[in-house]
Design a protein around this ligand. Structure first.
Ligand SMILES: CC(C)(COP(=O)(O)OP(=O)(O)OC[C@H]1O[C@@H](n2cnc3c(N)ncnc32)[C@H](O)[C@@H]1OP(=O)(O)O)[C@@H](O)C(=O)NCCC(=O)NCCS
Length: 158
């Protein structure tokens, strides 16, 4: 089993958009019924459009990684560097945002998610980032457990 993690290149655009949609569909299928009243096709189009802009306009503050298992693309992670404004009483200044993480269902449980996170953390360290934030839905126990094992701690409830 060979796992390769590498930075996304221009030719990976369609793969990236496919995985972004995969993450959205996963989330949608887990949200409670009462919040899924809208037209999901419209939502998915908006998400895809925004993701395409993120990909096309990515610069030194955006890092997109793809994971390959035996040569097949199976997942991605997206990290950003941002400036937390001066009113943030839980830490201001340059910060890392761990924005998106997704591994295809059939490739889960082989450590690929952890490898994607480790690679993003290395990138943040190179950017001299000392704090990383991320968001996880309350129902996403798999992701929460993974993040907590890697040292992330819950600090907010929405
Ligand atoms: C969260 C996610 C990226 C983890 O990816 P992964 O490649 O399975 O991650 P890893 O293999 O490094 O570790 C996952 C851990 O969860 C367990 N796990 C999670 N989902 C699993 C699955 N479908 N099958 C087997 N194990 C799973 C593993 O046992 C492992 O725990 P362990 O280290 O104690 O054995 C993946 O489950 C996923 O894409 N989920 C849907 C999207 C999502 O939740 N994204 C995060 C948004 S905040």
């Amino acid at each position: 089993m060979e796992v390769v993690i590498r930075k996304a290149e221009d030719t990976d655009r369609e793969t990236f958009l496919y995985f972004v949609q995969g993450l959205s569909k996963f989330n949608r299928s887990n949200h409670p019924e009462e919040v899924t009243y809208d037209d999901y096709e419209t939502v998915l189009n908006a998400i895809t459009k925004k993701a395409a802009e993120t990909f096309d306009e990515r610069d030194h503050r955006v890092h997109i990684l793809l994971a390959f298992l035996n040569g097949q693309a199976v997942g991605y992670a997206l990290g950003r560097v941002f400036d937390q404004d001066g009113t943030a009483d839980n830490g201001t200044g340059k910060m890392g945002l761990f924005d998106e993480l997704f591994v295809l269902n059939e490739a889960r449980g082989h450590g690929i998610g952890k490898k994607l996170i480790d690679s993003l953390i290395d990138w943040f360290k190179n950017e001299e980032i000392h704090r990383i934030k991320l968001h996880a839905y309350s129902w996403n126990n798999n992701a929460k457990k993974l993040y907590e094992r890697l040292g992330f701690k819950e600090y907010a409830v929405s």
